[in-house]
Design a protein around this ligand. Structure first.
Ligand code: MG
Length: 166
C-alpha cells in the first residue's frame, strides 16, 4: 500500500523524532547540571513527547504493512553557553521537524497517497503548537536575561508541566 519512498521517509521521520528525544534529554542534563530542575523537568517531558511521536509513526508504518527500520541516533549537542541557547536549540529543532513533516505531506500528495497525507495532518497541527510553545519560552528567557529572581520563577513555572498523552 505504501510506496518504498514513503516507507523510507517514514522510517527517517521515526529516527528524527527519537533523535529529538535525545537532544531534549541532553538539554535536560544541561539544566540539571546547572540546578534548574524545573527546566530539566520540562525537557524530560518534551523528550517523552518525541518518543510518543516516534511511536505514532512506528505504529502507522507497521499497521500499513511497512517494515520499521531503526536508524542510528547521533550523539546530541551537550554543551550550551546559557539557557537562551538551550531553548533556541529547541525552537530550531521543532522548526526543522515541521519542515520535515511538510516535505513528507508534499511527497504523500505527489504520490496521491491520501491515507498517509491524512495521517500526517495531526503532526502538522502538532508542530504549530510545538513551535509556539518553545518560542514563547525562548522569548521569556530573552526578556529575563541573567535576572536570577525571574529565572527562578520561570524554573518553577516550567517545573509544573504535565505530560499529555495523545
Ligand atoms: Mg515531535
Amino acid at each position: 500500500m505504501l510506496s518504498e519512498k514513503i516507507k523510507s521517509e517514514l522510517n527517517q521521520q521515526i529516527n528524527r523524532e527519537f533523535s529529538s528525544c535525545y537532544k531534549y534529554l541532553a538539554a535536560a542534563a544541561y539544566c540539571d547540571s546547572n540546578d534548574m530542575s524545573g527546566f530539566a523537568h520540562w525537557f524530560k517531558l518534551q523528550a517523552q513527547e518525541e518518543i510518543q511521536h516516534g511511536m505514532k509513526i512506528y505504529n502507522y508504518l507497521d499497521d500499513m504493512g511497512g517494515d520499521v527500520e531503526l536508524l542510528p541516533i547521533e550523539k546530541p549537542k551537550a554543551k550550551f553557553a546559557n539557557f537562551e541557547e538551550v531553548f533556541q536549540s529547541a525552537v530550531d529543532c521543532e522548526k526543522a521537524l515541521a519542515q520535515n513533516f511538510n516535505d513528507l505531506a508534499s511527497l504523500a500528495q505527489a504520490e496521491n497517497d491520501q491515507i498517509t497525507h491524512s495521517f500526517l495532518k495531526w503532526f502538522l497541527d502538532e508542530q504549530i503548537e510545538e513551535i509556539a510553545l518553545t518560542s514563547s519560552i525562548l522569548a521569556k528567557i530573552k526578556l529575563i536575561g541573567n535576572e536570577t529572581g525571574s529565572l527562578y520563577l520561570l524554573d518553577q513555572e516550567l517545573g509544573k508541566r504535565t505530560l499529555i498523552e495523545d
